[in-house]
Every structure is written in structure tokens, then in C-alpha cells.
Design a protein around this ligand. Structure first.
Ligand code: DX5
Ligand code: ZN
Length: 221
């Protein structure tokens, strides 16, 4: 699985199909869908209908990042839309363990998202029910923000903690990732890299993806 997950939040939707074709031609396996409700975060982005439209046209795995105040309502809609992975924020007051189980029961991989200022300890009760952890390296709500350097220490600490507890969960990072920090994140222990602006602003998408793959020491063969 290609560890680079393009976030489609930053795209001009009139160019989306061309961008997705370019991602498919460049060996991208998963897309990151930034779902924003205008309440948990300021912006409103898109809903399950976009996920379904992408699912009907492309073979990408779909990773839905729910930046919503009411993930209990959103989860069944995105399962029905055919996404493959669903993550929601630990900062949302909900039955976290129950919702993680519900995502898995729906046939999806379950993830929990932590904002940059949320203590890593919040994950502890759920490690056995997590397929992945998403550590935000920006505060959620917008693409194009600067990477928060303290994320590197959080990645490295969490990776060790998860190994010590026998967790097989993957460690995903999201926000402000570009060719200048991807290798550092990989060295700190990150497994998956969500990239928005750096990819959508690239003159040559294939070249940019190739650059990330080299930095991440990943090749399909
Ligand atoms: C921010 C989103 C991120 C963001 C990534 O709330 O969760 O996925 O769109 O985009 P860049 O790479 O532009 O920070
Ligand atoms: Zn995201």
C-alpha cells in the first residue's frame, strides 16, 4: 500500500477527475477524504455522496477523516457510501469504543484522530480496537497550514508505546506534510502520510509522488 494518502480537500473540484486520474497513474492506492461539518471545524467540505461518486469511478481505497461533532450519525452513511477506513476525533464526546467497534462491524478499518494538543494517553483504552491512529500535525479545519514540529516527538513516543503494548495499529500523520519533513516523520515511526497542498500545488504530480516514495523508501516492487 502506497503510504502517501492525497487529501482532496485542497482541490478545485472542477479539476478533481484529472487529479484523481494523475494519482491513479502515479500508483496512489488510497485517498484521504476530509469530511468537515462546519461545527467541529469552521469549514464545510463534502459528504458521503462525494465518497460514493469516487468509489463508482475509481479503484482507490477511501480513508474518511471525520471532522464532525456527531460521528455516530456520519459513520453509517460513510459505510453505506463504500469507504474503506473511517477515523473520528477523540475530542468528540461519544462512546469511542462502541463507535470504533461499529466501524469495524461495518467492514471498515477503524481509526482515532488526536489533535496536536490532545494528550496521547487518550488512546490507551482503545488501542486494542484501533486499526490506525491519526496524529494531526496541524489543527484541523484547513489545508495549507504549516507543520507543527512537536509532532515528531509525539510520533516517536507513540510508536514506542504502541510497540510496547503489542498494538499493530498503523500511525498516520496529517497536515503540512511536504518533501522537507516526510523523511523525518518516517524516521520518527510514521507509517502513513496524508498530503494535500504539496500534491495539489505540484507542477508535476507524478514527480512529487515519486519524490515522496524515495524519501519514504517505498516502492511497489
Ligand atoms: C486538515 C485536514 C488535512 C489537510 C491536509 O484539517 O485534515 O488532511 O487537508 O492538507 P495539507 O497537506 O495541505 O496540510
Ligand atoms: Zn485530514
Amino acid at each position: 500500500m502506497n503510504p502517501v494518502f492525497p487529501s482532496i480537500l485542497s482541490t478545485n473540484f472542477f479539476n478533481l477527475e484529472a487529479k484523481l486520474n494523475a494519482f491513479a497513474a502515479s500508483g496512489i492506492d488510497f485517498l484521504h477524504l476530509d469530511v468537515m461539518d462546519g461545527h467541529f471545524v469552521d469549514q464545510i467540505s463534502f459528504g458521503p455522496s462525494l465518497a460514493r461518486a469516487v468509489r463508482e469511478r475509481f479503484r482507490f481505497g477511501l480513508d474518511a477523516h471525520l471532522m464532525v461533532s456527531n460521528p455516530e450519525k456520519a459513520v453509517p452513511q460513510f459505510i453505506k457510501a463504500g469507504v474503506d477506513w473511517i477515523s473520528f476525533h477523540a475530542e468528540v464526546t461519544t462512546d469511542t469504543g462502541g463507535l470504533l467497534r461499529r466501524i469495524r462491524d461495518g467492514g471498515c478499518r477503524a481509526g482515532l484522530v488526536l489533535n496536536p494538543d490532545t494528550p496521547l494517553e487518550r488512546l490507551q483504552p482503545y488501542l486494542a480496537e484501533l486499526d490506525y491512529v491519526l496524529l494531526m500535525s496541524v489543527f484541523p479545519g484547513y489545508g495549507g497550514q504549516s507543520f507543527i514540529p512537536a509532532t515528531l516527538e509525539r510520533v516517536s513516543f507513540l510508536k514506542k508505546e504502541m510497540a510496547a503494548r503489542g498494538s499493530g495499529a498503523l500511525l498516520q500523520v496529517d497536515g503540512g506534510i511536504h518533501p522537507g519533513n516526510a523523511a523525518l516523520l518516517k524516521a520518527a515511526g510514521a507509517d502513513l502520510f496524508v498530503v494535500g497542498t504539496a500534491l495539489f500545488n505540484a507542477d508535476d504530480i507524478a514527480d512529487m509522488i515519486n519524490g515522496f516514495e524515495n524519501q519514504l523508501h517505498w516502492s511497489r516492487s
